[in-house]
Write a protein that binds this ligand. Sequence first.
Ligand SMILES: *Cc1c(COP(=O)(O)O)cnc(C)c1O
Length: 353
Amino acid sequence: MNFDLNRLVRENIKNLKPYSSARSEYSGAANIFLDANENSFGSPLTKWYNRYPDPLQQEVKKKISVIKNIKSEHIVLGNGSDECIDLIIRAFCNPKEDNIIICPPTYGMYEVYAHINDVPLKQVPLLSHFNLDLEALENSIDEKTKIIFLCSPNNPTGNNLNREDIETVLTNFDGLVVLDEAYINYSRHRSFIADLNEYPNLVILQTLSKAWGLASLRLGMLFSSEAIVAVLNTIKPPYNISGATQELVVKALDNVEEVNNMIVETVKERAHLAEILAQLPFVQTVYPSDANFILVKMDNASAIYDILKSKGIIVRNRSTVILCQDCLRITVGTAEQNKQLIETLQEHKQEYV
Ligand SMILES: *Cc1c(COP(=O)(O)O)cnc(C)c1O
């Protein structure tokens, strides 16, 4: 594998002179800031919301860097990891020319952002047990393939991809491998963050939206080489993470223990839910999960989806997705929520037999 970042970056991005914001031109201490056309009189909220936030989110990154054991220079923060997905595609893929590979069934946003950016998409479905089809993957790579998106644990299937398979792709592909670890906190596998130094083509995505319980704040984390981080920082919107989000996230990141407790609870409930679901007569397969949801194949999933909906319980109907025929994706709830879900399904069982 001959990795050459310079070959991968789009010409227009290489030549870009990024917007220089007031706060990036001067970020030191001063008494009077009259450089950014902010409202000098204040804001209708107390505090300092009249001021533009730190474009590089240094306080937030400092905390993340301790928790994840990686330097700030290896981190990009996005308005959700969805923004990171878009940034990567825009930095590296020439519309109508370069292509991206995804391995469905997987997270839908890779495809959406490929289409938005008018970048051709190749699909290499997972094998029947939801692992990578390495041979098909290798055959579908061509000289215009810039990015392969992998998701582990995968959404909506819940399983980890084989670690050796991910390593094989990283070793053999000379484009970027984006590894989405949105659910890594629930997984028995460890993150690839510790392996970043070995793979110059690796881009890892994580998020505060799942285990950290902060979906509303919109904070996605990207970890990669300093060189890739530098490219993405030149094209990201200068103030992509709001001051309110930065402030709240800095506080939230002090509560690692509370988050760990929620993860332990979730994993416990996941095992319990999986066990009970498997006993329902109309359930065919409860797929093993390393995430905070379970994919379940059942007789007539759409009918069961409707029954649950009519009782005010909403799950995700994945019936029309490749390899997920008759599957519902069920997020692990609290003990009480899971109890209600199960009771509703058991009532249905009586109608069914
Ligand atoms: C939920 C999820 C995300 C998170 O997206 P955010 O924009 O950070 O909320 C990313 N990837 C996958 C696979 C997900 O399921």
